[in-house]
Design a protein around this ligand. Structure first.
Ligand code: RRO
Length: 350
């Protein structure tokens, strides 16, 4: 990472420098770092009523499985403070319909498609990766090993480093494009899972999927969702997501990260970049504001310019940079959790 001198944000006045928003993820070039988040924009068609989806860095599809699937029974969404809980349960048309109907539309539209895949076994993932080989318009594969809404927690591969590595290894053997592993925050040591995925061949990481949650409807005195538990998303989870990006970037600084979790403004996106993400996905925000991804992109560009940052890539991981050797010379070293004792004490003050 280039050492750059930070300017405080500019007061109102003439515009700052033009910002190069281009980003390269595992060798794939994207014009900007803002993507949709899997599961929140289907296969792009609905959002395209509101803006041209090819203007985004990329469109990340809803996770596709081998066969069509109706998903879990309703109700499968519930509101929560600053967020929502979903238990969609991997509803979708199956890979063959996706390849026939949705991928050609995305390719014709000029979108850079990141296909999210999900399976119940290592073999399912391998077959899905094989079916994607040679198809036009696919920029990358995002391997969803972290869906919280499966019948059995044993199927949340991302909770176990060995299971995660088995899936990623199988996909890598068949994939013709870079492979990103989407991880769960519901683990003790996300950096260890990330390391297992990278050792198995993952080219990058998508952080984070939803957190497992539960809402009780106190009128009915029963769980609000038919599926009982669900995945928590939205601004409520943003600090968890930023913490995951921070820890993984610190452990694996060379590995590209797409960060997501509660992003609804350019400032939120900037937090993820500074923590170590090279790109971001906007998810839950589109339900209330379908144009949120393009607004986030516009706001992010302005914020970078206001700070004198001319290349987006220069902001990646910048929050890890020590301000000056002198300022921190007296501080004891980081004890391995990513924070110095002084930082830890500071974080308890709030
Ligand atoms: O479909 C879902 O219920 C779902 C998936 Br695949 C996922 O990865 N994360 C989530 O919160 N819901």
């Amino acid at each position: 990472m280039t050492e750059i001198t930070l300017r405080p944000p500019r007061p109102a006045g003439p515009p700052g420098p033009a910002v190069d928003m281009a980003v390269s993820l595992a060798g794939v070039a994207f014009p900007n770092p803002v993507f949709t988040a899997s599961g929140c924009a289907a296969y792009g068609q609905e959002l395209d009523q509101f803006f041209d989806v090819s203007k985004l860095g990329g469109v990340v599809t809803k996770s596709i499985m081998l066969d069509a699937r109706a998903g879990r029974p309703t109700p499968r969404m519930a509101e929560t403070p600053s967020g929502m809980l979903n238990s969609i349960g991997l509803q979708g048309p199956g890979i063959d319909v996706f390849l026939e109907r949705d991928l050609p539309w995305l390719a014709e539209r000029g979108a850079r498609t990141v296909v999210s895949i999900a399976g119940g076994s290592v073999e399912d993932y391998a077959k899905l990766a094989q079916k994607l080989r040679g198809r036009p318009g696919i920029a990358m594969i995002e391997v969803n090993i972290s869906c919280p809404n499966v019948e059995d927690r044993g199927q949340v591969f991302a909770c176990d480093p060995v299971a995660s590595a088995a899936v990623i290894g199988a996909v890598k053997r068949s994939a013709a494009v870079p492979v990103f592993a989407k991880l769960s925050p519901d683990v003790t040591d996300i950096a260890a899972i990330a390391q297992a995925c990278v050792s198995a061949g993952a080219d990058g990481l998508s952080l984070i999927n939803t957190l497992l949650g539960l809402v009780i409807d106190t009128k009915r005195m029963r769980p609000a969702l038919a599926g009982v538990t669900g995945g928590l998303s939205g601004p409520a989870i943003r600090p968890v997501a930023v913490r995951c990006v921070w820890q993984v970037h610190r452990a694996l600084p060379g590995v590209p990260i797409i960060g997501m979790g509660g992003i609804r403004s350019g400032n939120d996106a900037l937090e993820f970049l500074l923590a170590g993400a090279s790109a971001v996905s906007v998810g839950t925000a589109v339900f209330g504001d379908p144009k949120a991804p393009v607004r986030v992109l516009r706001e992010l560009k302005t914020l970078l310019s206001d700070r004198g940052i001319e290349k987006l890539a220069d902001a990646v991981g910048l929050a890890h940079q020590q301000d000056s050797a002198v300022e921190h010379a007296h501080e004891p070293a980081d004890d391995g959790d990513g924070y110095t004792p002084a930082e830890e004490a500071d974080s308890h003050d709030h």
